[in-house]
Write a protein that binds this ligand. Structure first.
Ligand code: NAD
Length: 437
């Protein structure tokens, strides 16, 4: 199959490289000339484990190439995937569809022969109808079917998720589109990936419902963590105790500083707006958003309390800035409200992240960036672990303690044990690990 991937970001580049690896002929297109030039030089513009080798081997096999001009690749394609960004619209939280709509118009003008246009971007219910309308308006003679194929990969494990998905959802009622999509994903049947065909609007809603449900699960355990602290229970054991129930499942039950990232906050916000537009109030999802926003802000107060209530003139070392490990993505990372809160309270902040510092500088220009964890904690009155990078799981605790001005550690990911930390002489705070009286 010939595939054109419009938008070469986290989703477009990973999906394009994986499709090429299945044996398809893929061209990844992006408007960002710098990104395409880097890819043509063999450089990967994002950090995603394994992506450099996957791209290199498929470029070498001549199954994957890159361009800023969609005309040729779209004309030749059996399927054109739209994988452009759908950020939160400023002001109201709706999904901003500007990029999707302009991609649809550009694609329409270049179509030739029967083509399936597939929205892979996360888009509100009904966007497929609008993409189809825009294409027909721009190019009335186009022979096209518009399908929805939401993407469920996670940054940091994106290639594995793409190649071994729990399911593939395809929304279309067009028989020819069904055949093309079946052919594109056939290689995954070897990995037992269920291919679920559904109507287009249902597919669009599945993506938002999935993200809202996962965000709810995280927020639920975060509230149980708060209660655990008050009643002297351990949230990690509570999570294990409930997660072993198959009806609940153990994933997404790790208490922490609140969810962030490029998807959960914007997609839960958008789902609430989509529902309101249809006179439906999703009160659970609204509550999740409110609870999560408050929680992210509360983390700075947690740090202040750990050092006695006042951060003015204090130095705080922050380890981990990206919204999760194994990515350089800083979009809506919990570190941003945390660090901003610390600065507002008068603290000086030093930070280290294994790969996210370049992106972080754009969001957090007023802090000091350090090359390694030990330099970061030098002279600090508190150390806050914000992202659970594997590099932070086995720090030399004696070295950390002797470098700090005060041995205070606030572990927002529960990666250390309270008894170990006490044995090393730290004042140690974590999330939801109350002590039984
Ligand atoms: P991204 O910002 O990393 O990439 C989007 C790319 O599209 C950018 O490089 C941009 O330059 C390009 N672009 C915009 N308009 C274009 C046009 N008209 N022609 C060509 N290129 C254009 O975004 P992302 O994280 O890859 O997300 C893309 C979509 O996938 C979003 O809807 C997102 O919600 C969804 N999604 C993301 C993830 C994730 O983990 N990042 C997971 C699942 C779904």
């Amino acid at each position: 199959m010939r595939i054109a991937m419009i938008g070469t970001g986290y989703v477009g580049l990973v999906s394009g490289a994986c499709f090429a690896d299945f044996g398809h002929q893929v061209t990844c297109v992006d408007k960002d000339a710098g990104k395409i030039a880097a890819l043509l030089r063999g450089e990967i513009p994002i950090f995603e484990p394994g992506l450099d080798d996957l791209v290199a081997s498929n470029v070498k096999a001549k199954r994957l190439d890159f361009t800023t001009d969609l005309t040729g690749p779209v004309a030749e394609a059996d399927a054109v995937f739209i994988a452009v960004g759908t950020p939160s619209r400023r002001g109201d939280g709706h999904a901003d569809l500007t990029y999707v709509h302009s991609a649809a118009r550009e694609i329409a003008a270049a179509l030739s022969g029967f083509t399936v246009v597939v929205t892979k971007s996360t888009v509100p219910v009904g966007t497929g109808d609008e993409v189809e309308r825009l294409i027909r308006e721009t190019n009335p003679s186009a022979d096209v079917a518009v399908a929805s194929n939401p993407e469920f990969l996670r940054e940091g494990a994106a290639i594995r998720d793409f190649k071994f998905p729990d399911r593939i959802v395809v929304g279309t009622s067009d028989e020819r589109a069904r055949k093309v999509m079946g052919d594109i994903y056939r290689p995954l049947s070897l990995n037992q990936a269920p291919l679920m065909f559904t109507a287009r609007r249902t597919a669009e809603l599945i993506k938002y419902a999935a993200n809202a449900f996962l965000a709810t699960k995280i927020t639920f355990i975060n509230e149980i963590a708060d209660l655990s602290e008050k009643v002297g229970a351990n949230v990690q054991e509570v999570a294990r105790g409930i997660g072993l129930d198959n009806r609940i499942g153990s994933k997404f039950l790790h208490a922490g500083p609140g969810f962030g990232g490029s998807c959960f906050p914007k997609d839960t916000r958008a789902l609430v707006k989509i529902a309101l537009d249809h006179d439906v109030q999703l009160r659970i999802v609204e509550a999740v958003l409110g609870v999560n926003d408050n929680r992210k802000r509360a983390m700075a107060r947690k740090v202040a309390n750990a050092v006695g209530g006042n951060l003015r003139g204090k130095t705080v070392a922050v380890l981990g800035l990206t919204f999760k490990p194994d990515t350089d993505d800083m979009r809506e990372a919990p570190s941003i409200p945390l660090v901003t809160g610390l600065l507002d309270m008068g603290a000086k902040v030093r930070a280290h992240d294994p790969v996210g510092m370049e992106q972080a500088r754009k969001e957090l220009p007023d802090i000091e960036y350090c090359e390694d964890p030990y330099e970061c904690v030098r002279g600090a009155d508190a150390l806050v672990i914000v992202t659970e990078w594997v590099q932070f799981r086995a720090l030399d605790l004696d070295r950390i303690k002797s470098a700090m001005a005060q041995p205070v550690v606030v572990d927002l990911r529960n990666i250390y044990r309270a008894d170990d930390m006490a044995a090393h002489g730290f004042v140690y705070e974590s999330i939801g690990r109350g002590v039984e009286p």
